[in-house]
Design a protein around this ligand. Structure first.
Ligand SMILES: O=P(O)(O)O[C@H]1O[C@H](CO)[C@@H](O)[C@H]1O
Ligand SMILES: O=c1cc[nH]c(=O)[nH]1
Length: 290
């Protein structure tokens, strides 16, 4: 029996933060950072059956090409991913009446459509980048039991030694994306590679305004890492925990991001609404095309 204090439900029976009720979540879930992006995706959907919002979490369920899709905004950062992944999983895999884990568990497909900073000169602004692996600089997964069992350890050792393991004051973890989702979304229109999930936008991504970084030249160090044909493609702030919690809960996850800044070429596109729409349309067509 899962107690009230552990699984908090609102008086209307919806889950604490997302305000969704069981039955309102589709098997395919799109996660976005920006709540306004949910409205853009909603404009592509038909038969919208659910629209609820609370704090930064806006949730919509509707149809695209005969596929039921739920869209949820996560806001910025890893703490929100902990909330969103646990609550979406609870909505499909916990019986809210009996407060018990269901006997038959569901696997959801999570696709994150994000924005991102490129760490390679030849991945320009406006590119679409798929995160084949995500390296978390955020430590969230370390709090979860058995997280070691889903990590890519070989990769982690190589990466830590590249950064200088003895200097590290945090514990990077490496998690692979779902290969099934990668095969669905990968095409000649996309770049792919490793993504760094950063716990911050400024100094942790090498942006020094008034404060200096402890790890000097972090962007150059990251962009020069190579292992088994993989290189680091980009920065964002959510995919490592999304991948890690998906794996631990037996869901599938993949992140695809629009590059809005190139950290090495030092340029940015701050007016990216049209490109985000293109990415949304690309993803919706790929995931609903059997
Ligand atoms: O555009 P979203 O999906 O929010 O993604 C990126 O943008 C935010 C930072 O500006 C972070 O959440 C980062 O991951
Ligand atoms: O540079 C960037 C751009 C978007 N999101 C990030 O996390 N970093």
């Amino acid at each position: 029996m899962i107690l009230d204090s552990e699984l908090i439900l609102n008086p209307d029976g919806s889950i604490f933060h997302l305000h969704l009720k069981p039955g309102q979540v589709a098997d395919t879930v799109i996660l976005v950072g920006d709540p306004n992006r949910v409205n853009i995706i909603e404009s592509f959907l038909s038969n919208v059956e659910v629209k609820v919002s609370n704090r930064e979490y806006v949730c919509v369920t509707g149809m695209y090409n005969n596929t039921r899709i739920t869209v949820v905004s996560t806001g910025v950062g890893i703490g929100n991913i902990d909330i969103v992944m646990n609550e979406l999983d609870a909505l499909v895999n916990i019986d809210f009446e009996k407060r018990k884990i269901k006997d038959t568990l569901k696997t959801l497909n999570f696709i994150r459509i994000g924005t991102s900073g490129s760490l390679q000169k030849d991945i320009p602004v406006n590119s679409f980048v798929i995160s084949q692996k995500s390296i978390g600089f955020d430590n969230l997964l370390c709090f979860y039991d058995k997280h070691e069992t889903i990590e890519n350890k070989e990769f982690k050792t190589a990466f830590k030694s590249h950064l200088g393991a003895s200097n590290l004051f945090f514990s990077p973890y490496v998690i692979d994306a779902s290969k099934t989702l990668f095969n669905k979304l990968n095409s000649s229109k996309t770049f792919s590679g490793i993504t760094i999930t950063s716990p911050g936008f400024y100094v942790p991504q090498g942006r020094e305004l008034r404060l200096k970084a402890k790890l000097e030249n972090i962007n150059e160090k990251l962009s020069s890492f190579k292992y088994n044909d993989f290189r680091i493609a980009n920065y964002e702030m959510e995919s490592s925990a999304m991948y890690g919690l998906s794996k631990l809960l037996n869901h599938k996850a993949l992140a695809i991001c629009l590059i809005i800044a190139n950290r090495l070429n030092k340029n940015a596109n701050e007016n990216y609404r049209e490109q985000v729409k293109e990415l949304i349309s690309y993803v919706l067509n790929k995931i609903t095309n059997e």
